[in-house]
Every structure is written in C-alpha cells, then in structure tokens.
Design a protein around this ligand. Structure first.
Ligand code: AMP
Length: 455
C-alpha cells in the first residue's frame, strides 16, 4: 500500500508546521494533497473544489511558504508590500479565508489583512498603510482602497481568485479585470471554483497561464452521501409545507437546519413566520450589518440557533461544519446555486439531507436545469399540506412592527408567502457594500477578457 501523505512530506518551513500542528490538522485533504505541491513549484492552478474541502489551506499554506523568504520585522511599510492577493466574492468568505491565513501565518513573521465593504474603511486603511504581505479582499472595497492610495499591487507575486464562479454571478468581472491590470504580468495565478460554466472556463483561459487542473469532485456533481428529496406543493402552501417538514423527526432531531430562499424579502418574511410559530430562526441576507451576520452565524454554529434562513449571496462561503439538513424553500433560479446550497450538507463523507419545495409549473424549468447539471432525475413527491391555524400565542394585534426605513422596509407578515412582485425583481442582489461598479455595466465575458489576456 502506498504510504499516506503527511504535511511533513511537503517540506514546509518549521513556522508553518508549528501552526498546522496547533490547528490539529493531521493529514492533508484531497485537494491539499493535489494542489500544494503544484503551488509550491510555482505553477498556475485551476482548482475545482467547494468550501469545506480544505481548499483555503491548499493555496494558503504554499502561498505563505513561497513568501517566507520575504518576511521581515522592519517597521517601514515599504518593506511590507502586498505580495499575495486573495480575491473573494463576499465579506463572509473574505473573513473566513483571512482567519485561516492568519492562523497559518502566525509564526512566519508575514503580515496579513482583510478588506471588504459594508464597514468603516478607516480601520482597514490603517492596517494597509502599515504594510501587509498577504491581502484578502472583496473586489469593490479593494478598488476603493486603491483609489485612495492606501495600497498598491505592483509587487504582487501570487493572486488567487476564490469562488470565481460566484464572483462572475455577482457581476464582479469588470472589477476583477481592473484589479488584474494593476498586477505585474509575471506572477503566479490560482483560481478556485465549485462549478464550471462556459464563462468560468473563458476566465480561466485568459487569467491562468498553462494551468494545472486539480479537482476533488466530478464537475457540477452533488455528494453521493446527500439524500435529495423534491416535494411538490402549491405556492400558497409553501410555508405550511415547511412547517410540516420541520416537524418530521429527521428535521426535528437535527441541531442545525439551513433554509434557502431566493430573495431578501422572502428571507425576512419566512423568518418572521417561523418565529411566530415558535421556531428558533434567524435571517441572514445582504441588508444585515456585518455585526448582525457574525452574531447570527456564531449562534448557529454553537447550536444556540437551530434554523438559519439565508439567501444565496449571504450564505456564500459560510463555513459550517457538519450541517445535517438543507431545505430549499425556493428552487434556485440558477442550477449551480442548487449544487452550492446542498453542498452545505453531507461534507467530508458525512450523511446529509437536502429537501426542496417546488411549485409545479412555476419551477419546472429551473428544476429541469438542475437535473441536467447534476445528471440526476428527481422523483417529485406530492406533499399534502394541512393548513395551520395562526398560533394563538402570537396574536396579530400584540405585534409591534419595527420602524420601517425606506430601504429596509418589511411589513409585518405571518401568512404564507405569496410573491407580490415578479420573481426576477425580488431576486437577491449582491450585498450593498459590494456592488459591481456602476460605471461599468456587466459586459459579456468575451468582451472583457481582451484586457486580461496575457502577452
Ligand atoms: P475550507 O474548505 O478551506 O473552508 O476548510 C474547511 C475547514 O476544514 C476549515 O475549518 C479548515 O480549518 C479545516 N481544514 C482544512 N484543512 C484541514 C486538514 N488538513 N485537516 C483538518 N481540517 C482541515
């Protein structure tokens, strides 16, 4: 039998080995075993891996290893230029990636920082001006810092596009293209994506130079350990259907349940409905402040909160280990989101349950797209729903609606959700703080890639 790979086999510097041991990592994950040697040798890499596979360390550790010779204790910012840049689509993922990198870099003497929108720019400015070797950033806020001359990218040696598919979905291509133009042409580029659309392949073709491909799962596949069920319900019955599913033993016994919805409005309303029926539920969506999101997430992770109702954008990159149940209250508009959503459960070989409510007619097309992408055929299960009585514990007249601000309006709701807007209009948008630049409309990938092509 071949000898099992260990972290010692990579030849990491002792400062990295100390941090790895402290974190309790015993052996490399599959993506780490494949990607680390390639990144250490300086190859460009295209990684097919989702969050939860250990992909952050698969680029974070070798990236730090390559930068260790540049580590120094000088107080001069000029001695600490940005040498590695990691771009992520959301602030949650940026924070998570940075937290990991800071842990790995703990004994290396390399500095790291994280910048993302939606929070005061000044604290980030101070860190950048002191100088950092590794910068984790969301694209919009990074451009703000560059415009304010808080940092420069002229000495970047390694750039990582993390969750590249989501960056494209969120319309970040113009921002990414602007950032890439500020980097030296001679550099190492790494790209990670959970799914491989045509656009992702075009981006990879232009951004990466003779990349090595590493993958830990079949393209667009869903883990075999996840039980997937599709329930047919009428739109007006969806909230009652969800309550029924939540009372089934498989959900009732679960310590954490992640419920996905397609819009912020639905996220707020459904959470309110669940709370009114006595369930422990909180919402996480793009209009929540960073502080609220962090608090909610911590409560969820520590089992103080059982149900998290989330939009795709807000849930992106959440690192929640061992999530037993995912429920799609809405069928996602984008088939790839289905793969991402249910990939939150059944991780690392554990068993997972993914339940989806679909409305015949309205959701047929989206469900067919999911079946095509995942190469699965789902049996539709007809769910006969008994309408529930409104809970008497929470009579409507006792409810005091929170103050409604113009852009955060959410009238009281405790009835099953019936969309009042065309679905597309109510779709979740990227978090406010990180919009694609207004001045540059989202352009087709092919049109933008001209500027990215390597000479
Ligand atoms: P990621 O996919 O990078 O978000 O990693 C998911 C989780 O796995 C994080 O909490 C990491 O700290 C953890 N992790 C990464 N690599 C290893 C490893 N080799 N052994 C154990 N845990 C790991």
């Amino acid at each position: 039998m071949p000898k099992e790979l260990t972290f010692a086999d990579f030849g990491f510097h002792e400062s990295l080995m100390k941090a790895i041991a402290e974190l309790g990592y015993e052996k490399p994950t599959l993506i780490q075993a494949q990607a680390i040697p390639l990144v250490m040798k300086g190859f460009d890499v295209m990684g097919a891996a989702q969050t939860g596979t250990g992909k952050t360390a698969s680029f974070g550790l070798p990236l730090l290893e390559r930068l260790i010779p540049s580590a120094n204790a000088s107080m001069s910012p000029a001695r600490h230029p940005v040498r590695a840049l990691v771009l992520t689509p959301t602030r949650e993922l940026a924070l998570q990636v940075h937290e990991n990198i800071a842990q790995y870099a703990k004994y290396t003497g390399l500095r790291s920082a994280c910048v993302f929108g939606g929070v005061d720019i000044r604290t980030q400015t101070d860190a950048l001006r002191r100088g950092v070797e590794v910068l984790v950033a969301t694209p919009g806020r990074l451009l703000d810092h560059i415009e304010q001359k808080n940092t420069m990218l002229g000495q970047v040696q390694i750039v990582v596009l993390d969750e590249a598919d989501r960056m494209l979905d969120m319309g970040f291509l113009p921002d990414i293209s602007r950032i890439l133009k500020l980097l030296p042409a001679k550099r190492q580029s790494l790209m990670f994506s959970a799914t491989f659309s045509h656009d992702i392949k075009s981006l990879a073709a232009s951004f990466l130079h003779e990349p090595k491909l590493v993958e830990v799962a079949r393209e667009n596949s869903t883990a075999k350990t996840i039980t997937q069920r599709i329930y047919e319900v009428h739109d007006s019955e969806k909230a009652d259907a969800l309550l029924e599913l939540l009372d089934e033993p498989e959900c009732d016994d679960a310590h954490n349940i992640l419920v996905f919805v397609n819009s912020k409005i639905c996220c707020r309303r459904l959470t309110r409905t669940l709370q009114n029926y006595g369930y422990q539920a909180e919402a996480i969506h793009g209009d929540k402040t960073q502080e609220e999101r962090t608090k909610t997430l911590e409560a969820f992770k520590h089992g103080e909160l059982k149900i998290l109702v989330a939009t795709d954008v807000a849930a992106r990159g959440l690192d929640i280990a061992d999530l037993p149940v995912v429920i799609n209250f809405d069928v996602p508009f984008n088939a790839e989101d289905y793969v991402h959503r249910i990939g939150r459960t059944g991780r690392a070989g554990s068993k997972g349950l993914a339940l989806t409510l679909m409305c015949p007619g309205a959701d047929d097309k989206n469900l067919s797209a999911i079946e095509k992408l995942t190469k699965e055929h789902f049996k539709r299960i007809r769910l006969d729903v008994m309408p529930r009585k409104r809970p008497s514990r929470y009579p409507r007249k006792q409810y005091v609606a929170p103050p409604v601000s113009p852009d955060n309006g959410d009238p009281f709701f405790d009835e099953p959700y019936v969309p009042s807007k065309p679905v597309a209009a109510a779709q979740e948008q990227p978090a406010k703080a990180e919009p694609a630049r207004k001045s540059e409309k989202r352009a087709p990938v092919a049109a933008l890639l001209g500027g990215l092509l390597r000479k």
